[in-house]
Design a protein around this ligand. Structure first.
Ligand code: SF4
Length: 232
């Protein structure tokens, strides 16, 4: 294990040490996550939209229902009306808003890209990000998840779980801010699709099992080696 993990440091090399050590601890404890759990890029994108504000187990139920109904494709969703989509994705919650978001996405790919999802995902990273953020209903976390896991391009996805951990350890200051938190990781770590994919998945595991609203520091694989400095 490299570096001493006691202080916030502006030294890029120490920050890198800290983040790589954290990664190693999480990887050793949870093992490879091999995210995203989806068979195709389209299924991944549907999952990324449905997972907003709900647990993954609810998303799985909704995806299974779409699959069983033969609706888990761009073409099928284009031809399906809102009410039917709402019914199928009900287990994921906020189903009316999410049906609109799914339709916005497939309509955009159909109209602007002639239905060619592969070509859309093949764009240069920044152009792709701008295009995703322009689709009504797709925010930064969803856009970046799509870029990282469906387009396989190196962008770091952050969320509340990520924030809790780095804030509680004193490595990141201030309130949650998506862009600042993302820069904190991307300016420190090398741009690597496999590292970013695993790291985000490991943060999700950490947040689910240990770094919860009420943290379980004594049992946590990080807390055994590095003491947190503050609570949220
Ligand atoms: S030690 Fe505590 S604060 Fe640190 S990651 Fe684990 S649960 Fe979160």
């Amino acid at each position: 294990m490299k570096g001493r993990l006691t202080e916030i440091s502006d030294l890029p090399s120490l920050r890198k040490d800290i983040l790589l050590t954290l990664y190693e601890l999480l990887f050793k404890h949870f093992g490879p996550q091999n995210w995203w759990p989806a068979e195709t890029p389209f299924e991944m994108i549907v999952g990324a939209i449905l997972t907003q504000c709900t647990s993954w187990s609810n998303v799985e139920k909704a995806i299974d229902r779409l699959k069983s109904a033969g609706k888990l494709s761009l073409e099928a969703l284009l031809e399906t009306d809102y009410e039917e989509i709402e019914e199928l994705i009900k287990p994921s919650g906020y189903f009316r808003q999410k049906a609109v978001k799914l339709k916005n996405f497939v309509n955009y790919i159909a109209v602007e890209w002639d239905g060619d999802l592969e070509a859309f995902l093949d764009q240069e990273l920044e152009t792709l990000r701008k295009a995703l953020l322009n689709i009504n209903g797709i925010g930064p976390e969803t856009a970046d998840s799509i870029i990282l896991y469906a387009a396989n391009k190196p962008i770091f996805v952050v969320d509340r779980y990520t924030y809790r951990c780095v804030y509680r350890h004193g490595w990141f200051d201030g309130p949650f801010h998506y862009g600042r938190l993302q820069s904190f990781f991307m300016e420190t770590l090398e741009a690597s699709v496999s590292l970013y994919q695993e790291y985000h998945a490991l943060f999700v595991q950490l947040g689910k099992y240990y770094c919860r609203t009420k943290p379980r520091c004594l049992e946590c694989p990080v807390g055994k080696f590095i003491k947190p400095r503050r609570t949220l």
